[in-house]
Design a protein around this ligand. Sequence first.
Ligand SMILES: Cc1cc2nc3c(=O)[nH]c(=O)nc-3n(C[C@H](O)[C@H](O)[C@H](O)COP(=O)(O)OP(=O)(O)OC[C@H]3O[C@@H](n4cnc5c(N)ncnc54)[C@H](O)[C@@H]3O)c2cc1C
Length: 504
Amino acid sequence: MDGNRIRKIVIVGGGTAGWMTAAAFAKILGPRYADITLVESEEIGIVGVGEATIPQINIYNRMLGLDEDDFVRETQGSFKLGIEFVDWGKKNHTYFHPFGPFGVDMDGVSFHAYWLRMMHGGDPRLVTDYSLTSVAASQNRFMRPVNAGNSPLSRIAYAFHFDASLYARFLRRYSQARGVKRQEGKITKVHQRSEDGFIESVELESGQKIEGELFIDCSGFRGLLIEQTLKAGYEDWTHWLPCDRAVAVPCAHGDGEFTPYTRSTAREAGWQWRIPLQHRIGNGYVYSSQFISDDEAAAKLMANLDGEALADPRPLRFVTGRRKKAWVKNVVALGLASGFLEPLESTSIHLIQSGIARLLTLFPSRDFEPADIERYNFMIAREFAQVRDFIILHYHLTERDDTPLWEYCRSMDVPETLKEKYRIFESHGRIFRDNDELFNDTSWFAVMIGQGLVPRSYDPVVEAMDEATLRARMNELHSVIGNCADQMPGHADFIAMNCAAKAA
Ligand SMILES: Cc1cc2nc3c(=O)[nH]c(=O)nc-3n(C[C@H](O)[C@H](O)[C@H](O)COP(=O)(O)OP(=O)(O)OC[C@H]3O[C@@H](n4cnc5c(N)ncnc54)[C@H](O)[C@@H]3O)c2cc1C
């Protein structure tokens, strides 16, 4: 086996995907296993807008062995307990998609089934009133979970907001300290083996060639190796996810709140994100070019900022969908080179992480076993499709018909896999999670209810509990959650105490 081991890995691209891959390989494989070189071009630059994450990033951070306070400090980061959706299901309506559970499951039945029974009985409390992360978010509070037995304080789930450019630099320092070599330069030629088309080397503008046995394509939307060279093909999902452009701008904090959550506000032709960092707020308008011009979108964004804009608005273009094959021959595409679903649920960075984990599970020898490659491609395709359905849900389940975009979205046909989720939910509010799909019951429930899909009834099994007992338990849970939230410090105070960035 030893003679067959991959000894030279070349990572093409130094954005979030490239440096996340480099850091993971440096930690898991290390320079003794293989020579790892990352090629990036400062002239081309990075997309640099991926600034919100989901809790799974904690698994990646733990794998690297990061000190979390350092990580937040170095990336001007903040904490995220979920996403607030404004005007999505209908205008003048807000709901919260929290991380972490609703209430507690009772007698083996999901908490949300009991909540539905109460709701059908006329109880006015929202399901998010039973989520500690929702309640804490509404009060701008944050703390990490503590070891407190059954208390909701031990089940706080959270993710991060961070400055994408600082994140890439942070991971670059980590990777270089562990032996990853960085090569600056623009790749202008790609050389393939004549007998089978495997990539042999990439050539820089300077004429320097960088040889490898395994190439990771993290070159962003252009897909330098996976598409431009190996023609993997692209499955276009614009008919389901019609937003194809964004304009992004950072602004000063102004008078806005320092929220421990991302805000997503639906607009006439898409939606606007608001991501609070320590030194600024990240903002962007994601829109469909079919329904609004670039100038109008930029003007809308600039008119809806918390404080003074700190740069000119930056336009971005994309096509929602995925590469038909993420792994072809000796090239594995990660990050935007493998596809993009749009940033509504902050899933891109997670998909990078999950691609890295799957690749490490199926790490090739120089034989590049076709069965392994097929399995990898199957798993990536499935995960993209599952996340796609979850994002489509936000656009499709809406009462809005006030603009052509919303009229289009509410009447579009959706994938059969999503229709099945609706059908099962509509009767008794049940949710099935297929093959470890990324979003769990809490997420599906929060968004389906939040977007306005109320099941006709509830799981009949909850009637095994008598009503008085249920009411007493729900009241107790509600007050425990309120008390727990009261014990949490403010988000700004938590950062000041633990991980404030050094003044520039
Ligand atoms: C509008 C928008 C908002 C987003 N928001 C989020 C979010 O909130 N959360 C989230 O998880 N994700 C988000 N994403 C996605 C996230 O930005 C990306 O997943 C992440 O930045 C990874 O990008 P990348 O590294 O694949 O590509 P890039 O950042 O584009 O990096 C590509 C790299 O390849 C190099 N390169 C390319 N061609 C060559 C060449 N010829 N020679 C040498 N080097 C080359 C470039 O120099 C660069 O280093 C968002 C994306 C968009 C478009």
